[in-house]
Design a protein around this ligand. Structure first.
Ligand SMILES: *Cc1c(COP(=O)(O)O)cnc(C)c1O
Length: 241
């Protein structure tokens, strides 16, 4: 049999990937219907962190156009390797201000703006008066723990103002991760009210990035526009490198 003679290769297919992607797409369609929202308001960002570039390439052949990464070095390498693909790269992890300048070379969207120093790193400088313009989300900390990523809810307006002041970040809206110890829907409802406040500062900043593999249906019910979904599509992640 021909099939038995095939050599395994580094890019050999994970047959489950296509099925899992289809299942999540169906889940998003169902969630939109339940929320009474048009599905084309929703952007699926497939989180590919720790997975090889070959998996991202395979996702692209399945029609995925938005991918999310949370480590600068890894994201930079994958984006370089996959520069031939029409992908929008979202940076969703903690970013140091030193790396932020480099991140804007490949990231089209930075969803994790939560410190002034990082935001300011995107501003024009004397050495680079016209840096690339990127899209940005202010990350909001919905937990009671100030050690988690994101700005406290009462500091969101100040951070949004700072983003707007750079002139080089188009403020798209807010991003958050649901706390582990709370009903996700209640947390996403809070995020929605925070989003409403940001929209009063910048009318175009209407996007809400919320919802992961386990809670995206709740996020859709509370107005999410960007769903960051990893394991439900990619399967389990390799250990952090
Ligand atoms: C890893 C990650 C995700 C995806 O999580 P899954 O549970 O695998 O869907 C989403 N958002 C952020 C910020 C992440 O770090």
């Amino acid at each position: 049999m021909v099939a038995d003679t095939r050599l395994p290769s580094a890019s050999s297919h994970d047959d489950g990937l296509e099925a899992r992607l289809a299942s999540v797409r169906q889940g998003i369609t169902d969630a939109a219907r339940a929320a009474g929202r048009p599905v084309d308001e929703l952007t699926l960002v497939v989180v590919t962190k720790y997975h090889p570039a070959s998996l991202v390439r395979e996702l692209a052949t399945l029609g995925v156009t938005h991918v999310g990464e949370n480590r600068h070095q890894e994201a930079q390498a994958k984006a370089a390797e996959l520069a031939d693909l029409p992908l929008t790269w979202h940076f969703i992890g903690q970013l140091q201000s030193k790396k932020a300048r480099q991140a804007r070379r490949y990231a089209h969207v930075v969803q994790s703006l939560d410190r002034s120093s990082v935001v300011d790193a995107f501003a024009p400088t004397e050495a680079e008066p016209a840096p690339p313009v990127i899209d940005g989300f202010v990350q909001v900390n919905l937990t009671g723990d100030p050690g988690r990523g994101g700005v406290q809810p009462d500091a969101v307006e100040a951070m949004a103002e700072r983003v707007l002041a750079t002139g080089t970040i188009r403020l798209r809206g807010v991003m958050a991760v649901a706390p582990l110890d709370e009903e996700p829907r209640a947390a996403f409802a809070r995020l929605r009210t925070i989003s409403d406040r940001v929209v009063t500062l910048e009318a175009r900043a209407t996007d809400i990035s919320a919802g992961m593999s386990g809670d995206y249906a709740d996020a859709v019910l509370e107005g999410a526009t960007h769903l960051r979904i990893g394991t439900a599509i990619t399967g389990n992640r390799p250990a952090a490198p």
